[in-house]
Design a protein around this ligand. Structure first.
Ligand SMILES: NC(=O)c1ccc[n+]([C@@H]2O[C@H](COP(=O)([O-])OP(=O)(O)OC[C@H]3O[C@@H](n4cnc5c(N)ncnc54)[C@H](O)[C@@H]3O)[C@@H](O)[C@H]2O)c1
Ligand SMILES: O=c1ccn([C@@H]2O[C@H](COP(=O)(O)OP(=O)(O)O[C@H]3O[C@H](CO)[C@@H](O)[C@H](O)[C@H]3O)[C@@H](O)[C@H]2O)c(=O)[nH]1
Length: 480
């Protein structure tokens, strides 16, 4: 029986390995992690992450051919294929701080493999890493190999949170990069065989190692660039009376552009886009390509601009101050159908409003109070380290309350900000909400989930990203 071990039981390691186990009953899959809490949760009824469909898959395979363990050494040494799916955070200090990825966890995983391996292994890069990482890993492995043969493959993951299981069941493509040597090609074939259990052959792309590593960064950069492009246009729409939804619809009808990923928003979030673009920027700089670096940096800059613009719009509209006012935040996760808050725009918006002394009341169907408090007190990029290495939140932010009910969160509020596009926010009784708010009642829709006209009929002053403005908002200058 082929044995797979995956190092890192996070948002990628957990779901990808669960799907491999489900689709390949003849393969034993063990997911290991240094975090005891995470492994305990994976072995319990309350999985460590919320992802539609994941629980079903895990329940079907756990204890059969899918296992979660902290016994890293044992399972690495027994495995034929070792996936590495650990964190690759942005460096916070030293060379490349604020841009380059911190490969500490990667390197320690590679050293662990070299230490405990007793037989030949294929090591698969599942984490998103800078191009040429495989070369560094090869060096660590071969210098410590004790005669063992290691083949390194790059097999970046393209799943999106909230749709991870569907993305894994029906991937647009699976990418496998390897060395162009007979050993490298044989390793590619071995991994290809695993995916062939459910992925059609024409969707499995094989390339050289560097193309595979780079393609992952570029794919994310292109996706994020689309959002920054439409978000930049949203500002122009507000200034001119055009409607960004209509503009995006028209533009997306061009088959060369396509309709997906053109929703204007308060900004993109998530653990990947910003980190991966900064990584790309750093690689360009290191390769003497400052113009290319500058080009991609703008995608992140526009995203920051969009978040600041949103906060300024809220404060300016509410008579230039939110001091002492209750602002309800609907949605804290970085997108719907996930409880993940990494780099969520809600953090920046809340911090901006707190900076103006607002009192904030937050409701998100999947995010706990503890998580929100941690997010609002943590420094930039600290969130991307294994949980047990993250700083504890020193003291709760007192001006923030968290509830499990949208009506409670909005009761007595002066304004509402919608920051995640949860479907349930479309169905709320906005008349009831309006009746329980201070007047004038403001609503700032950062995800374009509500119908602004209907809400204006109720009496709200509504701001929707990139849409024609209320008469009141039109005359208020907003400086981002
Ligand atoms: N989250 C996504 O949607 C997504 C999608 C595609 C790619 N990626 C990439 O995949 C990688 C992992 O992302 P994630 O979201 O799963 O991160 P995560 O933080 O959820 O999980 C990483 C896990 O690795 C563990 N870990 C770290 N060092 C370890 C070690 N030496 N031994 C054992 N376990 C160790 C951590 O404790 C943590 O549980 C990143 O490079 C990310 O960029 C993420
Ligand atoms: O039209 C859109 C689409 C998305 N977003 C926002 O963009 C962010 C990222 O969304 P999405 O890409 O759907 O989720 P991720 O889970 O971050 O997935 C991205 O990052 C992963 C990690 O690398 C990749 O594997 C995926 O292919 C890539 O889509 C979220 O805040 C979304 O709300 C918008 O604002 N407008």
């Amino acid at each position: 029986m082929v044995k797979i071990c995956c190092i890192g039981a996070g948002y990628v390691g957990g779901p990808t390995m669960a799907v491999i186990a489900l689709k390949c009953p003849s393969i034993e899959v063990v997911v290991v992690d240094i975090s005891v809490t995470r492994i305990t949760a994976w072995n319990s009824d309350k999985l460590t992450i919320y992802e539609p469909g994941l629980e079903d898959v895990v329940k079907k395979c756990r204890g059969v051919n899918l296992f979660f363990s902290t016994d890293t050494e044992k399972h690495i040494s027994e495995a034929d294929i070792v996936f590495v799916s650990v964190n690759t955070p942005t460096k916070t200090r030293g060379l490349g701080a604020g841009k380059a990825p911190d490969l500490t966890y990667w390197e320690s995983a590679a050293r662990m493999i070299a230490d405990v391996a007793k037989s030949d292994k294929i090591m698969v890069e599942k984490s998103t890493v800078p191009v040429k990482t495989a070369e560094a890993i090869e060096m660590i492995l071969t210098h410590n190999s004790k005669g063992i043969n290691f083949q390194i493959l790059s097999n970046p993951e393209f799943l999106s949170e909230g749709t991870a299981i569907q993305d894994l069941f029906y991937p647009d493509r699976v990418l496998i990069g390897g060395r162009e040597t007979p050993g490298g090609q044989k390793a590619i074939e071995t991994l290809k065989e695993v995916y062939s259990h459910w992925v059609p052959e024409d969707r499995i792309i094989t390339t050289n190692l560097w193309s595979a590593e780079l393609s992952k960064l570029v794919a994310n950069a292109f996706l994020a660039q689309r959002i920054s492009s439409v978000n930049a246009i949203s500002a122009l729409c507000e200034a001119t009376g055009a409607d960004v939804t209509e503009v995006a619809h028209v533009v997306g009808k061009n088959t060369r552009i396509g309709p997906k990923f053109l929703n204007a928003s308060v900004g993109f979030g998530g653990s990947c886009f910003q980190k991966d673009i900064l990584n790309l920027v750093y690689i360009c700089e290191c390769n003497g390509l400052p113009e290319v670096a500058h080009y991609w940096k703008q995608v992140v800059k526009i995203n920051d601009y969009q978040k600041t613009r949103f906060v300024n719009r809220v404060v300016a509209s509410m008579f230039n101050t939110v001091s002492g006012k209750k602002i309800a935040i609907l949605g804290f996760a970085f997108k719907k159908d996930t409880g993940d808050t990494r780099e969520t725009p809600a953090i920046d918006v809340c911090k901006g409003l707190l900076g103006d002394k607002a009192k904030i009341s937050i409701y998100d169907p999947q995010v706990t109070e503890d998580q929100i408090q941690r997010d609002l007190t943590m420094n930039k990029f600290d969130w991307d380290h294994p949980i047990h290495l993250q700083p504890m939140s020193p003291s709760a932010v007192k001006q923030v309350t968290v509830t499990w009910d949208a009506y409670e969160a909005t009761k007595g509020a002066h304004g509402i900000c919608i920051l995640t596009e949860w479907d349930e926010f479309k169905q709320l009784d906005y008349k009831k909400i309006y009746d329980n708010m201070q007047k004038p009642a403001f609503l700032f829709d950062g995800r374009n989930v509500v119908d602004p006209e209907k809400l204006r009929e109720i009496g709200f002053i509504v701001y929707s990203i990139g849409k024609p403005l209320n008469a009141w908002l039109k005359h208020i200058p907003v400086v981002a």
